[in-house]
Design a protein around this ligand. Sequence first.
Ligand SMILES: [Zn+2]
Length: 262
Amino acid sequence: MTKGVRVTAVDCGPLNVEKGILMTGATGKIDVPSSVYILEHPKQGVILYDTGINFNVADPEAAAKYWGPGMREAFGVKMTREDAIDRQLINLGYKLDDVKYVIQSHLHLDHAGGMCHFPNATFVVQKNELRYAWWPDAWPGLVYCFNDYKDTRGFNFLQVNGDVDLFHDGTIKLISTPGHTPGHQAMIVRLENRGPVCFAADTAHLKEAYQNMAPMPYDWNTEILSDSYTRIRVLENAGVPVYFSHDPKDFAEFPSNGEWAD
Ligand SMILES: [Zn+2]
């Protein structure tokens, strides 16, 4: 049993999507996870990085109301009710109130869907992401679902701006990686045995997209994104392993479902 932080991944929204949605110019369909990371910090308790897709989306009729007509089909959602973050936590033996912090990489509908389950947690979000999600530009607005956060005005938000060492103990660092959205943030976790590990969320949607510097059609600003690719590249060059939330191989390689990285 480690005295440090430990992390496990769960898939809170398996998708079967056109690869061209994830990487401009790609063709065919691909099965991808919507990764959520559950962290245990020895002093701070249970922490989530992202919250996946909302439980309503598991049901086609409820999804049409929650996401809007045709959206569930467009994203090839394959999730069941058991895939939603509330059930994932309960199945791993947690109570929902065990979650003390929720770090949101960004607020798109495949990442912010479980915010409703944690009204007592502290949400760590980049300030400009929160503002943008409430009033996005028209076309990226499609991938922000207002239902995910319209009832969160009373929640406790830690609105950070830029890079932050969350607990000032070097265990969890958030780094600003805008481009996919205005306030996207990646997370670097320092594990006792593995050393630093980077969770880059949607800085890119597939490792090959990042390696080829190929954006996806819903990226908010591709010039700013290329600077964020470089931030991730610097980490990789330093030997830090990088995991993207929708890369199937990254999900398969990282300990999941109660198997821990420590
Ligand atoms: Zn995503």
